[in-house]
Design a protein around this ligand. Structure first.
Ligand code: FES
Length: 282
């Protein structure tokens, strides 16, 4: 891995790409892996935390204009390839799941900001649940390449849903797996585990994605660990994905200043401490 490991705000580099489906397969009974190939260098344009708008194929139930935001799961090894890992749930992803190798798909991106990973970090904690692991997976090889120790808490409904190998992709990490079906993923149990990890050794940053429950847990815990940063990749319904429609606005509290920000444009990565969990409208 030779690329920079410091991901601050990415420069504007958004474009539309017509991609060819190179590989598309089920990972388990709910998730599919998709690898696309484009004529352009997507690998050097894309950073961990960013997403693309994918134009879902037309079916009897699917309108042709629907764009589906999806986090990048990986790039490369060739410069023009990009990977996604997604949960087949709604009309758009069901239509996507019908794509076969050799089919084409249009994508727009890379969109949004990126996780911040500083080369001087010594230890990071990643808290992942469900498809959120796809968003954070690209961080791991970058962290490993500069000798950062990685600890991960992975949460799933039950062992058959756990995608440990898909998350690590050969990267060495200390992994704690927790499950809904035995209670180990309960908020109280995970909080004890997070505090134990943070007490054992300083973590420079905790990354998470997706689960509101885990986000609120981390916000509460990090209040007691002021030297540890927290970053979350927010999941939000999006229409345009480019800052124009305001459908993805959320409230944040930045140093006491309440602000509405667009998850697609100012995010999707925000400080865990800045997220406002519940908004009361007068
Ligand atoms: Fe349109 Fe964010 S999705 S402004």
């Amino acid at each position: 891995m030779t690329d920079s490991v410091s991901f601050h705000r990415n420069s504007e580099n958004v474009a539309s790409y017509r991609c060819k489906v190179v590989e598309h397969r089920w990972v388990n009974d709910r998730y599919k892996y998709l690898r696309l190939s484009a004529q352009s260098d997507l690998a050097s344009a894309t950073r961990p935390g960013q997403f693309y708008q994918l134009k879902c194929p037309v079916t009897d139930q699917q309108q042709p204009f629907l764009l589906r935001p999806m986090s990048v799961y990986g790039v490369g090894p060739e410069p023009g390839t990009i990977e996604f890992l997604y949960n087949v749930t709604g009309v758009g992803t069901k239509a996507m799941s019908s794509l076969a190798a050799g089919d084409h798909m249009d994508i727009v991106g890379p969109l949004g900001n990126t996780f911040v990973l500083e080369p001087e970090f010594k230890r990071i904690l990643v808290v992942a649940r469900g498809v959120g692991l796809a968003t954070m997976a690209p961080l791991l090889p970058y962290a490993a390449s500069c000798g950062i120790q990685i600890t991960a808490i992975m949460s799933a409904r039950e062992p058959k849903d756990m995608m440990r190998d898909e998350f690590l992709r050969g990267v060495s990490a200390k992994v704690h797996c927790v499950y809904d079906n035995d209670g180990s993923s309960d908020v109280g149990a995970v909080e004890v585990l997070v505090r134990r990890i943070l007490d054992e050794a300083h973590c420079d940053v905790v990354y998470t994605c997706g689960s509101h429950r885990l986000l609120m847990l981390l916000q509460r815990v990090l209040a007691d660990y002021p030297r540890t940063r927290g970053e979350v990749a927010m999941e939000q319904h999006m229409a345009c994905g480019m800052g124009a429609c305001l459908s993805c606005v959320r409230m944040f509290d930045i140093d006491g200043d309440k602000q509405f920000l667009r998850v697609c444009r100012e995010g999707p990565v925000f400080s865990v401490r800045d997220v406002v969990g519940e908004v009361e409208f007068g």
